[in-house]
Design a protein around this ligand. Structure first.
Ligand SMILES: Cc1c2[nH]c(c1CCC(=O)O)Cc1[nH]c(c(CCC(=O)O)c1C)Cc1[nH]c(c(CCC(=O)O)c1C)Cc1[nH]c(c(C)c1CCC(=O)O)C2
Length: 365
């Protein structure tokens, strides 16, 4: 059974008309923009729209650890819906984290508030690799349960699934936590290429299983976060990373849903990130979208790219900059409006709500 068939089988068990909802989702501004089709307005959602900028999120998370909350479908559903209710965004993104499948694969890790993922015993040798077991999808069944619940609640609003890309995941596993220089990561890449490729091969398998679980349960698109790939030169990216991200994105081609590929500081990598098998390339705020389109080529839509810090500059600046992003986005065959990276925790949620409204009104065709 193909992924699409299983998705249908899943949905048929829900209390709603699968065919009607599927066609509405396929016709949503978000999915249409990803495919480069004409849209009534430019769709908009925000990376990290669910999270600390929302008081209702801080309240519901009180006393519950990050990883624990990712494993509770009711909580995941509620947190995912919070920004949709508040901001009227064109898509929801599943509340989870890139390290969830790695924890499910047996790695002892925690997500520390204010820091990020911290790995108890970093993976640095061939023997360490054994602590990262392959997963089938059973290990992340709670994610499938959350997606099925959400698909019912969201109706005609698309749900975006996501995973971390092999390089970004490897950087946490090898460094043991966040890094500025990626010294140990690059040292393994250069000095022990066989071990490096073995690690990234295992990670691409885990990522694929995590994304397939989400797709089979009914997400309408996926985003592969290679947040830290911008640390690499294009040559090294092509040799050490692209084949593994391509294995993930290529492995999902049969699902027939848009695949978004995003990283930060990736100006020199944008072409390669499109080639890896994405339909949409996510662009940070450093590269104007018209310039990005020249680099990526006409076969891909783009997503982005308002600087998240602009939201602290007052309404007039936000609107001026958002208008510029919309204008530059017209150079691409399709444009999904987003920030250039995640919502910063101190952001005023009302500024986000106003921005959604502004994008919708300003981009109306
Ligand atoms: C690198 C990365 C991680 N996680 C993620 C990435 C890629 C995206 C990016 O580039 O920002 C992806 C992610 N993490 C989270 C989401 C939820 C969906 C959404 O975007 O709304 C998504 C898409 C929830 C989260 N993941 C995390 C939070 C904050 C933790 C909390 O609320 O207690 C949320 C809402 C924790 C986390 N997890 C990670 C970091 C760097 C942090 C922040 C640490 C901090 O500053 O406290 C790893």
């Amino acid at each position: 059974m193909s992924v699409v068939d299983r998705r249908a089988a899943n949905r048929a068990t829900g209390p709603w008309d699968y065919d009607a909802v599927t066609s509405a989702l396929n016709d949503s501004p978000f999915v249409r923009a990803c495919r480069g089709q004409d849209v009534p307005h430019t769709p908009v959602w925000f990376m990290r729209q669910a999270g600390r900028s929302l008081p209702e999120y801080r309240k519901i998370r009180e006393g519950i650890g990050m990883l624990e909350s990712c494993r509770r479908p009711d909580l995941v559903t509620e947190i995912t819906l919070q920004p949709v209710r508040r901001h009227n965004v064109d898509a929801a993104i599943l509340f989870s984290d890139i390290v969830v499948p790695i924890a499910a694969a047996g790695v002892d890790l925690d997500i520390v508030a204010g820091t990020g993922p911290v790995v108890a015993e970093p993976i640095r040798t061939a023997a360490d690799l054994e602590r990262l077991r392959p997963i089938t999808g059973e290990e992340v069944a709670f994610v499938g349960a959350a997606v099925r619940q959400l698909a019912g609640e969201l109706g005609k609003t698309p749900l975006i699934g996501f995973a971390g890309a092999p390089f970004t995941l490897a950087s946490y596993l090898i460094e043991g936590g966040p890094s500025r220089t990626y010294t140990r990561t690059k040292a393994m890449m250069y000095a022990e290429p066989a071990l490096w490729h073995a690690l990234l091969t295992r990670l691409s398998g885990i990522t694929l299983a995590f994304l397939r679980t989400q797709i089979e349960a009914g997400v309408s698109a996926i985003q592969l976060f290679d947040s830290w790939a911008g640390a690499l030169s294009e040559t090294d990216y092509r040799e050490f990373v692209l084949p593994h991200s391509a294995a993930v994105l290529g492995g999902l081609a049969d699902a027939g849903i848009p695949r978004i590929h995003f990283g930060v500081g990736t100006a020199v990598l944008l072409g390669a990130m499109g080639e890896a098998g994405a339909d949409v390339v996510g662009v940070d705020w450093r590269t104007p979208l018209d310039r990005a389109t020249t680099l990526i080529g006409p076969a891909h839509a783009v997503q982005g790219n308002l600087d998240p810090a602009v939201l602290f500059a007052g309404r007039e600046v936000v609107e001026r900059e958002a208008r510029r992003v919309l204008e530059q986005g017209r150079a691409a065959p399709g444009h999904v409006f987003n920030l250039g990276h995640g919502v910063l925790p101190e952001t005023d949620p009302d500024a986000l709500t106003r921005l959604v409204e502004f994008v919708h009104v300003t981009s109306q065709r």
